[in-house]
Design a binder for this molecule. Structure first.
Ligand code: FAD
Ligand code: PYC
Length: 415
């Protein structure tokens, strides 16, 4: 952190352009890279920058505590059964990294490939999921179609009887999908990055982004002072538009609350993950025994870290219809996160119009599963100053050139 004359002058200029004679005398940045956001994606980016690109002069800044954003608030579902080739590539890249992540970080992230099953409740669901099954198999990704009876055999508490309010007509199953422990992912990446020299600064909110007369990024202003940086990488899910606005970049994003809850702990009952987009519910069981249940996004944009109660009530009603034996369970706690959603429901990973400024955002309701892959390709992008081939299709520019990657169905959470 630096409190030099330069930083004071820069602050006086409000982060805008500053005179050439001073720019030429700019000192070496305090950090090669400043990463804004110590969630899983930001910490993974720092880890791979240090490990694979030899860049260790890195600060990861967070306005709260590490992993306290969506990383520590999600329902931990991991899968790669997306529709488009571009998506399959990035989510499968992540899934492969999950398989060895505990060994890589020497930290047990409790990755558990117990299978993710997506229920079809009507003809439209059947067509959509079968299309995904076929697309995935062409992409070399496991996904298979199950009859209702096969779905019940895979997940015995599921009710498939003829009296079901939401009849189960079949399901798509990705056996390699599963869950991991979300906090451990943040802690594992943080510990490993820190051991390589990365500074992680909590309670440090970024309040400004500085640019020089040529428009390039030179650092950030924070609640704990000014920090100079050669490059700035914004990885602040839910708040990306606010941060990018500080550098004068408008983002195609909307922020919504997304909520989840857990039941009181019970003995093992739920052997896999079940998702039902049509009735707005997804459910698994944590290793502590709690049933982990998630809902759809709120209907209105907001920065509140709590979702609407009517959304949670609807989800619980749906869960009780699908799993009648869960009806008598009590809710232990609920919470919300803020997800940033793009028009095509695919992320934005890459360069921005501002030299030295990079962005990783728009994972919406589904970025936990991508954490290792996102950090890996984003680190390469930041280090080289050009998009990693897997990240290239997810450019911000695609909304200008008209190359959306439509994953509305594969997002599998109601919006
Ligand atoms: P975060 O973990 O949110 O990290 C961003 C960080 O930026 C935060 O710690 C925040 O404090 C910090 N920040 C923000 N503004 C500033 C600032 N000005 N200065 C400094 N720091 C700042 N995805 C799945 O794949 N599977 C799921 O099952 C799943 N379930 C979900 C359930 C819920 C209820 C929610 C909310 C999300 C779910 N997601 C799921 C989505 C997933 O959680 C996110 O996409 C992912 O965690 C995003 O990670 P991140 O590291 O980018 O963001
Ligand atoms: O993307 O798989 C997902 C997901 C599940 C719950 C929230 N997001």
């Amino acid at each position: 952190m630096e409190f030099s004359l330069f930083s004071l002058v820069r602050q006086a200029f409000g982060g805008a352009a500053w005179p050439r004679q001073w720019r030429d005398a700019e000192p070496k940045p305090a950090y090669d890279v400043v990463i804004v956001g110590a969630g899983g994606h930001g910490l993974a980016t720092a880890y791979y920058l240090a490990k694979e690109h030899g860049i260790r002069d890195i600060a990861v800044l967070d306005k709260g505590w590490l992993g306290g954003g969506n990383t520590g608030r999600n329902t931990t579902i991991i899968r790669s059964n997306y529709l488009r080739d571009e998506s399959a590539a990035i989510y499968e890249h992540a899934l492969k990294l999950w398989e060895t992540l505990s060994q890589d970080l020497n930290y047990n992230v409790m990755y558990s490939p117990r299978g993710v099953m997506m229920l079809a409740h009507n003809e439209h669901d059947i067509r959509v999921f079968k299309r995904h099954v076929h697309a995935n198999r062409l992409q070399g990704i496991d996904n298979e179609w199950l009859t209702a009876e096969q779905a019940k055999a895979f997940c015995p508490p599921l009710h498939i009887g003829g009296d079901a309010r939401y009849p189960v007509l079949g399901a798509a199953l990705q056996r390699r999908g599963g869950v991991a422990r979300h906090d451990a992912v943040a802690w594992g990446y943080a510990r490993a990055a820190s051991a390589m020299g990365v500074d992680i600064v909590q309670n440090c909110e970024v309040t400004g982004i500085f640019r020089n007369i040529e428009g390039a990024v030179t650092g950030v202003d924070t609640t704990r002072g000014t920090i100079q940086a050669g490059k700035v990488a914004v990885v602040a899910a839910g708040h990306t538009s606010v941060l990018m606005g500080m550098a004068g970049v408008r983002m195609p994003l909307e922020s919504f609350p997304l909520q989840a809850l857990v039941s009181e702990p019970v003995k093992p009952i739920m052997p896999c993950v079940v998702m039902s987009n049509t009735v707005h519910a997804y459910i698994s069981q944590s290793d502590k025994g709690e049933l982990v249940i998630g809902a759809g996004t709120d209907s209105y944009i907001s920065y509140s870290q709590a979702g609407g109660l009517h959304i949670a009530s609807h989800t619980l009603a749906a869960v009780c219809e699908l799993f009648p034996s869960f009806r008598r369970l009590r809710m232990l706690r609920n919470w919300g996160g803020i997800v940033d959603v793009t028009p095509d429901r695919s992320p934005i990973v890459g360069l921005t119009p501002v030299p030295g400024l990079f962005v990783n955002c728009g994972w919406g309701t589904g970025g936990f599963k991508a954490t290792p892959g996102s950090g890996h390709v984003f680190a390469a992008t930041v280090a080289r100053g050009e998009p990693h081939p897997i990240a290239a299709p997810f450019s911000l520019d695609r909304f200008r050139t008209g190359h959306p990657i439509d994953e509305a169905a594969a997002a599998a959470v109601s919006h």
